[in-house]
Ligand binder design. Structure first.
Ligand SMILES: [Zn+2]
Length: 54
C-alpha cells in the first residue's frame, strides 16, 4: 500500500499514513499530535521519495 505524507497546518507536525486509495478518499486525515484535520498532503517528488526508515 502506498504511504502518504502530510503536514499539519496547526502544529507543523509531519507524518505519514499508509492506506489504500479508497481509504484515502473516505478517511478524514487527522494530525496524530494535535488531532487537527487541517492537514496538507506533502509531495516530496514522485520518484525522489526520501528513504527515511527509522
Ligand atoms: Zn497538528
Amino acid at each position: 500500500m502506498p504511504a502518504y505524507d502530510y503536514k499539519c497546518d496547526k502544529c507543523g507536525e509531519t507524518f505519514s499514513l499508509i492506506m489504500s486509495i479508497s481509504e484515502k478518499e473516505t478517511k478524514k486525515v487527522k494530525c496524530p499530535k494535535c488531532k487537527s484535520v487541517k492537514v496538507k498532503p506533502v509531495y516530496s517528488g514522485f520518484f525522489a521519495v526520501t528513504s527515511k526508515k527509522s
